[in-house]
Design a protein around this ligand. Sequence first.
Ligand code: UDX
Length: 439
Amino acid sequence: MKIAVAGTGYVGLVTGVCLAEKGFSVSCVDIEERKVDLMRSGISPIFEPGLEELMIKNRKKLNFTTNYKEAYKDADVIFIGVGTPEKHDGSANLNYVYSAATEIAESIEKDCVVVVKSTVPVGTNDKIEELIKSNLAHNVKVHLASNPEFLAQGTALKDTLNPSRIVIGVEDSIAGEILQEVYKGFDAPVLVTNRKSAEMIKYASNDFLALKISFINEIANLCEIIGADIDDVALGMGYDNRIGNRFLNAGIGYGGSCFPKDTKALHWLANFHDNELKTIKAAIDVNENQKIKLIKKSRKYFNSLKGLNVAVLGLTFKPGTDDLREAPSLVNIPIMLEDGANIKAWDPVGMKNFQKKYPEGVTYCFTIEETLKDADLCFIFTEWDEVKEFGLSKYRQLMRNPIILDGRNCYDLTSAKKANIIYDSMGRETINSVKGSLV
Ligand code: UDX
């Protein structure tokens, strides 16, 4: 079976490489010559642990090209894995999906299955099918399937090679059979449903996880007020397997390329159909507020950040990625700059991307020590292992004022007490500080 993949972002490239790992010959198509050259030389254009190793291992089965006509013309299965970024009104921008579909229609010379992996609003698959059918250059049959992707950045290979489930949304049996053949070598439950349900499974899953995070964040905020401990609360809740213990980590809100976009897109879609998704709206609102929670906390210690040395640990939206999309750092650092803080920032992989956005006003450091030196206040935005493993006593030694505002609960409270630092985290007791006191 010959496979082609449109797009070499997270979804497209990971899909292509994992299918090659499972034994298929895969042509990965991208419009950018520069990216294709990189991939041909074994370099991944995205940061994803293990991806380059797998690209190199499977190089004989992988072809990277800008020549979509060549790649699509005799493919049996073509995956569409291009981006669907958020538009200003919260809806999904489908231009990349539609242009990939048009290119496929112009190129295919034999019957094939076109599989939409990109996250697209419910009903889009039908439009893609119409678009392909009306632009076909040859007299061939196209079977369209929705096959949403559930990978998370940082664990994309594991999530794709050992998926929690394989969802196949089809309107005809041929597409269903061929896709089940493709996934024969994967050990996961397969759900075959209609296309609209498959599209909805993706949105409902992401939005449910976003809701779970916003819920635990609200509970964490209340825990702080009433003196409960969110870690114990989440642990106690998680023992109930109807709730589950995952995605109950309180923090400064979710970011990334999916949850913010997919919550807004589903909310937009419901509105468009004169419907309101109140729970999703609440998840979005809670998240916006949560992102500035640490800045609000800082006002307990300082009236303003003007002239203060501020250390920032972590810039990416989560560890294991260099991605800054919707990261809390992007909301907080502009506020700090406006306040007049002297900012030093560290991130093991996200610094280069951040520096492109903020070339001035922030001093970028290569070590945590350098970042903390003489700081009056430290903000932790990402729970990198390097941060979690960094001894708390060193904060006291290095900082002018050892006040740590931890947005990701990287440390346990007993260690913080021993380290004699002011440690203010999410949904837990503040250590070594008189509540409401100003320094
Ligand atoms: C997510 C989904 O997990 C994945 O299934 C989907 O295909 C794409 O969207 P991703 O955005 O890569 O993946 O990261 P994820 O690990 O889910 O984290 C998203 C955000 O939620 C991060 O900012 C993370 O810090 C935050 N988060 C996650 C929490 O705040 N608490 C948690 O308990 C879990």
